[in-house]
Write a protein that binds this ligand. Structure first.
Ligand SMILES: [Ca+2]
Length: 346
């Protein structure tokens, strides 16, 4: 088992407040790229453009996915926000109290048990919280009003004992089965994880969730190899996501570390130098990972499902692939798509 960024997840359903209607939003940023995110010395990173919209430093990874042109326009415009849509994270522990998640995250199943925590890398980035932020963070998320249901099915990471592969697989399968049985639609499941061998049990659990109407998105894997060898990326019904770079290249660090490719990859999304949630603030992960790419697509699926709440997983998949930007990703491996995620006015 490999976490396709760092490590693992959790979830349950709490009380919810859902307001009717949706507001158009445009995140805009100044063209500056100050490393600390400050503009003009202001600590709040915000100003107003002539139209009165709030402006803030915008992560490149959001800026890129609302446009087909490669030159960033310092805007991330969507009308939908993901409100009313639940995204189930089969992952590590998620910070349920993070201010950027604004009480929109709840704990579902925990198939790991024991002490809380786990899945931090050597920089202290928590895999589950970082993935959650890409989907639903107020300033960092594709769908900032979606709800996260954390299904904790992985642990491990820096300084922790490795979990035996069979144990890891069992925990993930139990988590996926919980999602299949408990998901409230409209729903997306994000799996920023990959196994290194076939798993009939995981395949059956994922199939069950999709048959019940849950859109399932998975990372392609970080082996610089064939995604088809790393379930659940191999499943035709799953939306499998490769990682692209800031320059629209296929992310690859070396011979052994890079986005998986091949015919099982459905589309790319940003996966390198990604900004998301860290402890009580935000940070930029310097590490490339398909774990960071998949949640961009899960967020986009949440935007679509807000406005098409009865859409089936095949409809969501079809829309995303039809509206992705073709020819966008360079230097892809042989037999691999060059499609890049585009929310295309959702
Ligand atoms: Ca843009």
């Amino acid at each position: 088992m490999a976490l396709t960024g760092l490590a693992g997840v959790t979830s349950c359903t709490g009380e919810e407040q859902e307001s009717a209607g949706s507001a158009s939003r445009t995140h805009a940023s100044k063209p500056s790229d100050s490393p600390d995110g400050k503009a003009d010395g202001k600590a709040d990173h915000e100003s107003k453009d002539p139209a009165g919209h709030k402006s803030r430093e915008l992560p490149w990874n959001l800026d890129r996915i609302d446009q087909s042109a490669p030159d960033l326009d310092h805007r991330f415009h969507t009308t939908a926000t993901g409100e009313g849509v639940r995204v189930y994270l089969l992952d590590c522990q998620v910070d349920l109290d993070h201010a950027q998640l604004g009480g929109r995250v709840s704990q579902g199943a925990d198939t790991v048990g024991g002490k809380p925590g786990g899945c931090h890398d050597d920089m202290g980035v928590s895999h589950g919280t970082f993935v959650a932020g890409i989907i639903a963070g107020k300033d960092t998320g594709v769908a900032p009003k979606s709800r996260i249901v954390a299904v904790r099915s992985m642990s491990g990471g820096e300084g922790e004992r490795p979990v035996p592969k069979k144990t890891s697989e069992k925990r993930i399968v139990r988590g996926m089965n919980w999602i299949a049985e408990h998901a409230r639609k409209p729903a997306v499941a994000n799996l920023s994880l990959n196994l290194d061998r076939p798993s009939p049990a995981l395949r059956a659990a994922v199939k069950k969730a999709i048959d019940k109407g849950v859109t399932v998105v998975a990372s392609a894997g970080n082996d610089a190899a064939d995604a088809c060898a790393h379930p659940p990326a191999d499943m035709a019904e799953v939306i499998t996501v490769g990682a692209s770079t800031r320059k629209d290249g296929h992310w690859k660090d070396n011979e052994y570390l890079g986005s998986n490719g091949g015919r099982c990859v459905d589309l790319y999304a940003p996966g390198d130098h990604i900004s998301s949630l860290f402890d009580n603030g935000t940070t930029t992960s310097m590490s490339g990972a398909t774990s960071w790419a998949a949640p961009h697509v899960s967020g986009a699926a949440a935007l679509y499902l807000q406005t098409h709440p009865h859409a089936e997983p095949a409809d969501v998949r079809s829309w995303l692939l039809r509206h992705a930007t073709s020819g966008a990703v360079r230097k892809v491996p042989s037999n691999t798509t060059d499609l890049l995620l585009n929310v295309h006015g959702l």
